[in-house]
Write a protein that binds this ligand. Sequence first.
Ligand code: ATP
Ligand code: MG
Ligand code: FE
Length: 345
Amino acid sequence: PVVLGIETSCDETGVGIVRGETMVANAVASSVEEHARYGGVVPEVASRAHLEAMVPTVTQALHDAGMSFSDIDAISVTAGPGLAGALLVGSAAAKAYALALGVPLYGVNHLASHVAVDIVEHGALPEPTLALLVSGGHSSILQVNDITADIAALGATIDDAAGEAFDKVARLLGLGFPGGPQIDRISHEGDPAAIKFPRGLTGPRDAVFDFSFSGLKTAVARWVEARQRAGEPVPVADVAASFQEAVVDVLTAKTIKACKESGVDNLQIGGGVAANTRLRAMAQRRCDDAGVTLRMPRAGLCTDNGAMVAALGVEMVKRGVEPSSLDLSANSAMRVEQILAPRAS
Ligand code: ATP
Ligand code: MG
Ligand code: FE
């Protein structure tokens, strides 16, 4: 099947087209530069940008694929979680396209899509697989038994998401927004062992598969403040590298432990933070040591895009899942266990 997927949960207007396991288009229009001067995504600005970018991005994707609307067998769209107004623009467009083309509509979960995108990179997903989902709003270890119907969270962050921690630490170090790529870049010039920052929730009595990054963020802030009070320069690259090392150490250690305890020896890492070069290297090494088969999409497919939504849509069609209804509601707080927006009853 050929599925056109629409993603508008945050600041990227993404339209991807996937045929079977092949990505044939992945057009993205980002409003990130409009948000950068505010130091974070402004929901109203994002919604308006989606509205302006929607039709041109769909046109671009069809052009890139060398296809026309008549080639599309189904439409999939991010139904949640995300910014309410932004989701609304995508779902309204998706409904209109599905209705006009007379094809089924799938309102899918953004987090499951971050996992599903790996299918266009590495083929069918082994099931069960564990997934480490690390993004701007989420940090979870998931057990994926069926990517269209059965995902269970083994653990999640109890405070900040990993990407959020990257963004906040980058801000306090005076690096730009979004901060993850900046910290990744500057860390190559720093010493990851320069400062020993705390590893949250790794004590023997702590919840095994939950994460906490808020204490780490505060520890970095305190460390930087102490330096500044003493009138000493802040070694930005060392702080960034040491912070990054703490995040990556905890993420990979807990995930490998989850693989061992659940007996699942397939791991997929997805979400924007999966683009992080240090995370990718440490995860690969630790998976090799533990005999776990690791899959990660290329960095460009880790951050938000339309192909990930199309990839999950293809799985829905292939497995004969009943489509969503045309009056589906976007759900800004959609839980990861809810992979498909329900049919109206
Ligand atoms: P969610 O998927 O939870 O709804 P989101 O869609 O806003 O959140 P993504 O686009 O998946 O998030 O990821 C964006 C996040 O990834 C940002 O916090 C960004 O800083 C982080 N990120 C992107 N590249 C890197 C990198 N190389 N290293 C670390 N973090 C990164
Ligand atoms: Mg984004
Ligand atoms: Fe995302």
